[in-house]
Design a protein around this ligand. Structure first.
Ligand code: FIX
Ligand code: ZN
Length: 419
């Protein structure tokens, strides 16, 4: 190693790590975004950002009954955004992570938030071309590729795929399985109506027919993986309908067709039903079930994220035992700076560089800017400390090695795992 490349002091280390982490392109492996080719499914702009479901639950909490969920949802998008701006940004300082997000976006776009005028901010977005704006956002966020969430039983989306939607190649499909695995009672008649021989109790030819259905959609969407959000009480093995569907159709398909499976575990849907999307909660899940699946299906690749802080350590331990298990992201209720830092530190300590530290879960295009810039700050802090620890042992590090490591975390680990 040449003398010149070596980093020998903390100041240079900090500068180099911050620069590299800020500049390294990322692949966002789980979002709910759609590109402009999907028309009205693509969400962007200030009113969408301000009515993100994370902010809706904060608003309804701040309202304390002044506005009911039903009244809120009956308002126009613009009225909802106005109310959220008033209550969460003007009536109190917007220090929550969900409030900070849009402000980071406005600032990064060069807008002045100091006079607190939402209408002025709206002016910047009026008449923008969605495709040109997509380029701008991806470039500002340093994101090269995103993975969408594509539900083969959503009629609106299905129609677009069937019509041969022409879409942005930077947006990859993720074949979503929640309707099949978690809402079989509603999905079974839909599949039967499409000519698939499936039964309410998942008997007979149901498993092979579900595989046939998913293969059809794999062909159409060319997804990078299949994905499902599972509840906290998901168990494997188990005699539940949910587990039977996973065991008899999903895992064999993942195995035979070499399609990775992303498991997002720990959501309890509709804890407070009138809040709709903002009403989901979480519970502590069972890491042993993940381990048993990894053991029973060694050639299936599992991308796994868990919602409870309490499950993060167990998931790291499981990943140490099973190379076919890739922990990813700080999901939803753990996507907050204090928890991201703790989780990322722990993952580096237990897994070195062998994990995927973050995904955005963005639903609105502009969110890519804040979700990634907030994360990059934390990743840089953690890595500076870890490289500084190495330097204290006499190990010498170079900028090229830091770049190699950060590229792995930001994109390489994902591409390697799914390809
Ligand atoms: O299941 C999921 O993919 C979750 O991420 C969503 O359901 C959730 O609403 C969300 O947006 C979390 O960030
Ligand atoms: Zn999601």
């Amino acid at each position: 190693m040449s003398e010149l490349c070596r980093i020998t002091d903390r100041e240079t280390l900090e500068r180099q790590v911050r620069r590299i982490v800020a500049d390294t392109p990322v692949v966002d492996l789980h979002t709910h975004l759609y590109d402009a080719g999907f028309g009205d499914l693509m969400l962007w702009g200030p009113d969408e950002m301000l009515t993100y479901h994370y902010l809706i639950s904060e608003l309804l909490r701040a309202e304390r009954g002044r506005t009911s969920p039903a009244q809120f949802y009956a308002m126009s998008r613009r009225e909802q955004a106005d109310l959220i701006w008033q209550r969460l940004f003007l009536d109190a300082s917007p220090i929550s992570e969900a409030c900070r997000g849009p402000l980071t976006v406005f600032h990064a776009l060069g807008l002045d938030v100091s006079n607190r005028s939402l209408d002025e901010l709206r002016g910047y977005f009026a008449d923008r071309d969605p495709e040109e704006y997509t380029d701008h956002v991806l470039q500002t966020a340093g994101v090269t590729d995103v993975v969408m969430t594509n539900d083969p039983l959503d009629p609106h989306e299905v129609q677009m795929w069937e019509d041969g939607v022409v879409h942005d190649i930077r947006f990859h499909a993720g074949l979503r399985l929640d309707a099949i695995i978690c809402q079989w009672a509603q999905s079974q008649p839909k599949l039967a109506a499409q000519g698939y021989d499936v039964t309410p109790d998942f008997s007979g030819r149901s498993a092979e027919e579900v595989m046939r259905f998913l293969r059809y959609w794999r062909e159409k969407m060319d997804p990078l993986y299949m994905a499902v959000s599972l509840p906290d009480d998901f168990r494997y093995p188990a005699d539940s309908l949910q587990t039977r569907i996973v065991e008899q159709a999903i895992l064999p398909l993942a195995d035979q067709d070499e399609l990775p499976l992303a498991l997002m575990i720990g959501v309890i849907r509709a804890v407070n039903p009138p809040l709709l999307l903002a009403g989901d909660g979480m519970g502590i899940s069972d890491v042993r079930s993940v381990e048993r699946m990894c053991e029973a299906w060694p050639s299936v690749r599992f991308l796994v994220t868990m919602l409870a802080q309490e499950n993060q350590h167990g998931l790291c331990v499981a990943a140490r035992k099973f190379p076919n298990l890739m922990p990813f992201g700080c999901w939803w209720f753990v996507n907050n700076p204090s928890l991201i830092e703790r989780i990322t530190r722990m993952r580096t300590e237990m897994l070195g560089l062998g994990f995927i530290p973050q995904h955005s879960d963005a639903r609105i295009l502009d969110q890519l800017i804040y979700k990634w810039s907030h994360f990059r700050e934390i990743l840089a802090e953690v890595l500076v400390d870890k490289y500084a620890d190495l330097m204290r042992t006499g190990w010498q590090i170079t900028a090229e090695e830091i770049q190699r490591d950060v590229s792995g975390l930001c994109s390489g680990n994902f591409w390697q795992f799914v390809s």
